[in-house]
Design a protein. Sequence first.
Length: 55
Amino acid sequence: MHAQAYSHTTTTTERGSFALARCSCGWSGPARRSRDRARTDAADHARTATAPETP
């Protein structure tokens, strides 16, 4: 069976003094006080979520 290609679109949102990373696949990162760290969480998720699986 072939795996379907799925694009992960990440965003960051703010909730009070916290920033959260979210993805179109439903993933959500932890709340961070650092917006830069939330963006890094999103980038890490997008990079690892689209990496090919190894058997």
